[in-house]
Design a protein around this ligand. Structure first.
Ligand code: BGC
Length: 724
């Protein structure tokens, strides 16, 4: 057997035993010694839109990436974003990560990761470009729907099982976008100014957990800048923090087109460059990929002695480690794709993430309905299509309208569109299965909906945002906090004629204004739910599933009530004579409910809020040492789940601390009459703040309060305690 074949066979054997075995490092040394300089440089940049080369003569496979994070993206052409028109690449779409986070159930995150990991493995992908865990900083952020909400503890808790689930199938998770990429406008030129305490307390924890607890095998740099340096080659973030403080041994992948400088990319931790120049062809002498920052310019630099090879060897070592963990590890099988188990998983996650925000007079669940009027474009528009890189080509997507017809076969289901977004429903050559063109005027659509409400037992509006530009969409932010397309007028008009039986289902990944909230008895947050969207919404509306989701971000009454309201905070101030736009995160750690609570501003719907068709009674919280226990009882008539939330306040601190912060949660499923005691260990982590001067987490002695409750604004019991 030739030497390289022997090495390869041994490598596979060891990988099969344990993907982290130290022997792998020795084999990587051997492989490194056989690679030519040209082969190594070829490995650190793309060869197509979503792949980078292997080393064919040594049997080292190519790396194939795919979006992510809600389903496995359709195959695209070698050098273009448009789809390759394969007929075997229609995936299962899972709920958007906002919905996953709203489940407040780490088991759902594990199920999500495993299921999407299997789909990626089946499609022979090395890396899944997700999950996204940028913090929800303000409601205009175009990609908030792809992330896990406004709270670092919640995001950190949910991201770990997602990453582990994906990687348990032999596919690398690529946690994105690291970091401080909290809005879309000017995403390549925004320079974030943030203090260290805020960075460590708010914007880093989810990434840190993904790396140090989840063991993420790859991470994606962000487009924007921090300390005047692009985040795809940012010395502080990638070298000092990620690879230094956190000891990350995986691969840093660039965001597509996020690399801007060879020298910085070489020295500041960028391992694999993708997407430089949009069509991948225009810039190169022979092949544009050769002109990437980590291609010919890098090779020339090494040959001329301007750069050494130490950094290159480190990058290649990381890439080979990724290979042993994924493509070369045969223990994981071949995955599976679009199967009943994946549909079931998507529906369970959606069922657990839907949030019942309001239910006056117990209007929901739907009972004894002879006629149901369904209103709104989102009752039939395909919402898996659009939104940027998370857009999917799905095997199927069940609309709410179809699902309600199937769930209530006895009832007369009437549909009225009510409003129209006017835009085509397509992206990258993938278009929705039906035409959504509309010829009526906005006024006529409202009038028709109002007329159809006559005699309806329920009027259920499916409105909100969608994946069009300037809605929930990558590359652009929303332009307003209010609902688009005249929906406020529609809801007001329907409230006049059907105010006692009106349900509004808000489909979005962002908070929206609801000036009519007082006039609508039932409001549901319906997210983007993927293939099983309609079925899951029908589950909750019909009461087949008792809602148990909780809001992972606050719905303020008005945008100005929130922490980000000055131009310098967002969209930032352009530097004179430069492209750079400075955004100042001057709200500091007061992000989301931390702001509303501390400033005493009452939101429309608070973080952690979510109702049920049953009721839960809490006992008094009891603290023994650092263990806090509380009993919860289902006092209603149907089974249900409650998310018991633990918040901590630091009563006396030398720095301004938020009024309270989430430091624990537990979802408990209870039969009617059943009660359970839930316990939390209050660790030092739950009490500390990041002392920027000392560069460490500090617990200050003094009084703290532990609060347990059903939402951030619904605390049922509080206990004071002292730390010496
Ligand atoms: C997005 C990433 C995505 C990549 C590849 C970029 O524009 O920011 O999230 O993974 O494209 O599609």
């Amino acid at each position: 057997m030739k030497k390289q074949h022997l090495i390869f066979a041994m490598a596979v054997l060891v990988a099969a035993c344990s993907p982290k075995a130290p022997d792998i490092e020795k084999q990587i040394d051997d492989i490194l010694s056989q690679l030519t300089l040209e082969e190594k440089v070829a490995m650190v940049h793309a060869q197509s839109k979503f792949s980078s080369p292997g080393v064919p003569r040594l049997g080292i496979p190519e790396i194939w990436c795919t979006d992510g994070p809600h389903g496995v993206r359709a195959e695209v052409l070698w050098d273009k974003w448009s789809q390759a028109r394969w007929t075997n690449d229609s995936c299962t779409a899972y709920p958007a990560l906002t919905c996953l986070s709203a489940s407040f159930n780490p088991e759902m995150a594990r199920l999500y990761g495993e299921s999407i990991g299997e789909e990626a493995r089946y499609r022979k992908k090395t890396v899944l470009l997700g999950p996204g865990v940028n913090i929800y900083r303000h409601p205009l952020g175009g990609r908030n729907f792809e992330y896990m909400g406004e709270d670092p503890y919640l995001s950190a808790t949910m991201v770990v099982p997602y990453v582990q689930g994906v990687q348990s199938k032999g596919v690398a998770a690529c946690v994105k976008h690291f970091c401080l990429n909290n809005d879309e406008i000017n995403r390549h030129t925004v320079n974030v100014n943030v203090d260290d305490r805020t960075l460590y307390e708010i914007y880093l924890p989810a990434f840190k957990a993904a790396v140090t607890e989840g063991g993420a095998w790859s991470i994606m740099g962000a487009y924007n800048l921090y300390q005047d340096q692009h985040l795809c080659h940012n010395e502080r973030i990638l070298m000092d923090i990620l690879k230094g403080e956190w000891g990350f041994d995986g691969v840093v992948i660039s965001d597509w087109g996020g690399v801007h400088d060879t020298d910085e990319a070489v020295h500041n931790g960028m391992d694999l460059e993708y997407g430089t120049w949009t069509d991948g062809l225009t810039m190169g002498a022979t092949n544009a990929y050769d002109s990437y920052f980590l291609a010919k310019p890098y090779l020339d630099g090494i040959k001329s002695g301007k750069c050494g090879t130490e950094e290159l060897d480190d990058k290649v070592r990381r890439l080979l480690r990724l290979q042993f963990r994924t493509n070369l590890a045969e223990t994981y099988g071949h995955g599976r794709f679009v199967c009943p188990e994946h549909s079931e998983a998507a529906r369970r996650i959606a069922d657990e993430g839907i949030v019942l925000l309001k239910n006056d007079g117990g209007l929901l669940p739907v009972k004894d309905a002879e006629k149901i009027l369904v209103v709104g474009e989102n009752a039939f528009k395909m919402l898996t299509v659009g939104g940027g890189s998370s857009s999917l080509k799905v095997k199927y997507e069940v609309s709410p309208l179809e699902a309600l017809k199937a769930r209530f076969p006895e009832a007369e289901i009437v549909f009225e569109r009510g409003y129209s977004s006017g835009a085509a429903n397509a992206q990258d050559g993938i278009s929705a299965k039906f035409d959504i063109a509309e010829s009526r005027s906005a006024e006529q659509m409202v009038a028709d909906a109002v007329a159809a409400a006559d005699g309806a037992d329920y009027v259920i509006v499916f409105g909100g945002l969608n994946k069009n530009n300037f809605q929930d969409c990558e590359g652009v932010d929303r332009r307003q906090y209010g609902l688009p397309y005249g929906q406020d007028e529609l809801v007001e008009a329907l409230a006049k004629v059907a105010g006692d039986r009106l349900v509004f289902v808000n489909i979005s990944g962002n908070a929206v204004a609801m000036p009519w909230a007082d006039k609508v008895p039932a409001i549901v947050q319906g997210w983007y739910l993927g293939s099983e969207a309609g079925n899951a919404l029908a589950d909750v509306l019909s009461g087949d599933v008792n809602p148990s989701g909780k809001l992972p971000f606050t719905f303020p009454v008005a945008m100005e009530d929130g922490p980000v309201f000055m131009e310098e905070q967002y969209p930032g101030i352009q530097r004179e004579g430069e492209k750079i736009i400075d955004e100042y995160y001057s709200e500091g750690v007061l992000v989301g409910y931390r702001w509303y609570d501390t400033k005493g501003v009452k939101p429309m719907f608070a973080f952690g809020r979510g109702l049920s068709y049953t009721s839960f009674e809490y006992g008094e919280a009891v603290l023994k040492g650092r263990k806090l226990s509380v009993s919860v009882k289902n006092t209603g008539k149907v089974a249900g789940a409650e998310v018991v939330q633990l918040y901590i306040s630091d009563s006396e601190a030398s720095v301004e601390r938020p009024s309270k912060e989430l430091k624990g949660f537990r979802k408990v499923f209870l039969q009617p009459g059943e009660s359970r005691t839930v316990s939390f260990d209050i660790t030092d982590d739950a009490l500390s703040f990041f002392d920027a001067d000392a560069h460490k987490w500090v617990v200050e002695p003094g009084e703290f309060v532990a609060h347990v409750g059903s939402a951030s604004d619904d605390i049922r019991s509080s206990v004071k305690f002292n730390v010496k």
